[in-house]
Structures are given as structure tokens and as C-alpha cells.
Design a protein around this ligand. Structure first.
Ligand code: ADP
Ligand code: MG
Length: 314
């Protein structure tokens, strides 16, 4: 079986494009007017793959919108409009009522207007497309990380992956941790406020959907650079650290937090913004000329496993 990236590369990638930015970033970009670009991205949630059948439909609605907004924010853009394509085996009013409630609460939170979509019969699957705009000088491309940039990450990592493990009955954890983890998995809270505050000082960004290591690797590959990360600086839940499950934060995925890089000349400005606005932002490492990703645990380099792929290599 091929990885999702091999599939895209082999069957869908085309070299000559009309768009400002096509395949290969969190969203595609095309001209809006002389100064601004449209950013557009789409993501699908499938039953039994992205959510379990028993998941609260309110949370499915919220997440279907949130994961798309996350990609738009990772381009430095502001979300504006959305399309919703939904396939379901039958029309269940109670389910739809809750689903649409979650969906529109997320729309309201991020200022998104639903302007169209498609409703069909089929196995439950929800596809959302979000359109946002960004000044062309403020775009955050995966390919623009610079050597010696600081590496920043919003929020906390690892709880959603723990939530997934709990749902799959793989582990027993304290009740409050279980509750928070499942909530983090089912209702991702994006850090738009933090991203908006610091994006003017940043060079590149990506949101974390497949895991910190996997998604940081996308920035590194696109920018032809490497990175050095300090595990002790990573924003990881205390209980996860205490129990030695840092792998959940490194490889877990579904975090919908954002990795940003910024020149170290911007460090003091960003630190002042963190203080002033109480931002949830951690400086976790630096971009290096050496094209490797190294994660150090107390000065010792740890051997990395790989990140999440929808179609694993067999
Ligand atoms: P993200 O995790 O940010 O949503 P993905 O890892 O899913 O991005 O996709 C990587 C890139 O490949 C993105 O630019 C995405 O738009 C593009 N892509 C994914 N699937 C397809 C496809 N079937 N056809 C064309 N482009 C695709
Ligand atoms: Mg993304």
C-alpha cells in the first residue's frame, strides 16, 4: 500500500499550475485582488475512521468545521466562507439538529459563513471546504522557514491521541485526564487568538493534524532545512510526561495546534506578546542548516519513529 503522499504525488500532482500555490501546503492560494489572496482548503471526516459511530453529533459538527479552519489559520489567513458536503445513510432529525448546532457554533467562533454544499445518501461522511483571505505579504508557507528561525508551537500536544487510546479501550487513566483527553479529541479548540497576534512576525507555519514530528517534517522538507527540538520545552500535559508517554505528543496527531517559525530577531517581540496577552505559545527549538530533525531529551538525541499516515506502507 502507498502512503497518502505517494498517492497524491503519483496520481494528482501536476507541475504547471495557474494558482499562486497549489498542492503541498495547508491550503491552496489564488489571487483575490492586487494585495490579497484567497486561501482554500478541504477536509473530510469519515465514520469509523475520523470519529466513532457513537460520537456526539454536536462534536462531529464542531470538528468538521474546526479542522478546516485550522488549515486556513496555518496559512496566516482569516476564514470567511464554507461549503458543506454531507453524505448520510438516512435523515435523522435529532442527529442533524445536534450536528448543525456544533457546526454553526464553530462557524460563529471563527466568523465563517456557510454559503453552499451538497446533501446525499451514503455512508456517513462529512466534507467541508473553507475559504479565507490573506494579504500576500503575510502568507505563511510551509516552504519559508529560515535557518536559525525559532520554532514555536501553540497550545498543548498529546491529549487528543490519549483520548483516542482511551476510546479504543487501550488504557486506563485518571477520570479527569480521560475527560479532558476525549474532549480534546472530539472538540479541538484552535488557538486563533495566539496565531493572529504573532503571525506578523512569523515566516512559516503548519497545523498539526498527523502529529508534531510528521507535520514539522513537512515544513523541513518544503523549506529544505532541518530542526533541533528540545523535548523538555514541548507543551505536554503533566500527567502524560509523568507517565513517560511523550510519544503521544510527538507522533499522536489530531492536535490542531500550530507550529510556526520566526526569526530569532523577533523573539523578544513575541515573548512580550505572550506576557501581555497571556498567549498559549511555547518555543521548542530552532531551524538548522543540517537537514535532519533532531529531538533532544536532556541533551541526548532520541531515535524518532515516524508520524501518522492514512495509508501505511506495507
Ligand atoms: P492537511 O493535513 O494540511 O490537510 P494533507 O496532508 O491532507 O494536508 O495534504 C497534503 C497536500 O496534498 C495538501 O496541499 C492537499 O491539498 C493536497 N491533497 C490531498 N489530497 C489530494 C488529492 N486527492 N488531490 C489533490 N491534492 C490533494
Ligand atoms: Mg494542515
Amino acid at each position: 500500500m502507498q502512503t497518502e503522499f505517494e498517492i497524491i504525488e503519483k496520481f494528482f500532482f501536476k507541475k504547471n499550475i495557474k494558482a499562486y500555490k497549489g498542492i503541498g501546503d495547508d491550503a491552496a492560494l489564488f489571487k483575490k485582488d492586487d494585495d490579497n489572496l484567497w486561501a482554500i482548503s478541504t477536509d473530510t471526516l469519515n465514520k469509523n475512521i475520523h470519529f466513532m459511530a457513537a460520537t456526539d453529533p454536536y462534536k462531529i459538527g464542531w470538528k468538521a468545521m474546526a479542522v478546516n479552519v485550522s488549515d486556513i489559520l496555518a496559512m496566516g489567513a482569516s476564514p470567511m466562507f464554507a461549503l458543506l458536503a454531507i453524505a448520510m445513510p438516512k435523515a435523522n432529525s435529532d442527529w442533524l439538529k445536534q450536528f448543525s448546532k456544533g457546526f454553526f457554533e464553530c462557524c460563529k467562533e471563527f466568523n465563517v459563513e456557510l454559503i453552499g454544499g451538497d446533501t446525499t445518501r451514503g455512508p456517513l461522511s462529512i466534507n467541508v471546504t473553507v475559504l479565507g483571505d490573506v494579504n500576500k505579504n503575510s502568507v505563511l508557507l510551509r516552504s519559508n522557514a529560515k535557518i536559525e528561525d525559532d520554532l514555536w508551537v501553540t497550545g498543548n500536544l498529546g491529549l487528543p491521541a490519549l483520548g483516542l487510546k482511551i476510546i479504543k479501550n487501550k488504557i486506563e487513566v485518571p477520570k479527569s485526564i480521560a475527560k479532558n483527553s476525549i474532549k480534546a479529541l472530539e472538540k479541538p479548540m484552535l488557538n486563533k487568538f495566539t496565531i493572529d497576534k504573532i503571525k506578523p512576525f512569523c515566516n512559516s507555519a503548519i497545523d498539526i493534524s498527523d502529529g508534531f514530528v510528521a507535520d514539522l517534517s513537512h515544513i523541513l522538507r518544503a523549506s529544505k532545512v532541518g530542526a533541533k527540538v528540545n523535548l523538555k520545552d514541548m507543551p505536554i500535559n503533566k500527567w502524560i510526561k509523568k507517565t513517560g508517554q511523550e510519544d503521544l505528543a510527538l507522533y499522536g496527531g489530531d492536535d490542531y495546534q500550530t507550529i510556526l517559525t520566526a526569526s530569532k530577531n523577533m523573539r523578544s517581540k513575541i515573548e512580550k506578546l505572550i506576557q501581555k496577552n497571556n498567549l498559549s505559545l511555547s518555543r521548542v527549538g530552532i531551524i538548522t542548516k543540517d537537514k535532519k530533525l533532531r529531538v533532544n531529551d536532556n541533551g541526548i538525541e532520541i531515535k524518532l519513529k515516524k508520524g501518522f499516515a492514512h495509508f501505511e506502507k506495507k
